[in-house]
Design a binder for this molecule. Structure first.
Ligand code: ZN
Length: 184
């Protein structure tokens, strides 16, 4: 099932997601639907608040970026109750976009490496390090589970310049080729 995507202005995107326990109903189905939704909208990552579920859950399949970066070839993962416990290394710019912030792309500065704890879909615990694009995609999706959107990470000047566009999105003034959940 393909979920409609929540867009800028929807309060669910500003909430900290709830923890998921292993008895959460239909989790496997939710994850499958999220993958279907992500592939249909040609994203490489998708977080639960983007499908109107306030949960600490995000999925990534960066394999389409594997052509440019060998390390991403098999990078397909599910992150449950993730917690970034350390960010380190040099800050670098990467051009980010977001299905919930349509038609806006901006260079965002983030640190190069992360250490993250999370559970996978079988509730196995992981404590891992990532760097490069993998780290970047995780940082972006992780932010969603914390109620943070990439424009929040821009300079005050860039934010001011984007204000009009963001306001338009929050008023449902968007054209995209995937299904969205209109703001009330
Ligand atoms: Zn996003």
């Amino acid at each position: 099932m393909i979920y409609p995507i929540t867009i800028y202005g929807n309060p669910v995107l500003r909430k900290v997601g709830e923890d998921i326990d292993r008895n959460y109903k239909n989790l496997a189905q939710v994850i499958e639907n999220m993958f279907e939704t992500m592939y249909q909208s040609e994203g490489v990552g998708l977080a639960a608040p983007q499908v109107n579920l306030s949960l600490k859950l995000f999925i990534i399949d960066a394999s389409p970026m594997g052509e440019d970066d060998e390390t991403l070839k098999d990078f397909k993962k599910i992150f449950i109750n993730a917690k970034i416990i350390e960010e380190s290394g040099k800050e670098w710019d990467f051009n980010e976009g977001c299905l919930s912030v349509p038609n806006i792309r901006e260079d965002v500065k983030r640190k190069a490496k992360i250490r993250i704890e999370y559970y996978d879909e079988n509730f196995n615990f992981h404590d891992e390090y990532f760097e490069g694009i993998a780290s970047r995609v995780i940082q972006h999706e992780y932010d969603h589970t914390q109620g943070i959107l990439f424009p929040d990470r821009l300079s005050p000047l860039k934010k001011r310049l984007l204000k009009g566009k963001l306001n338009s999105i929050s008023k449902n003034n968007v054209k995209v080729n995937y299904r969205i959940l209109l703001n009330k």
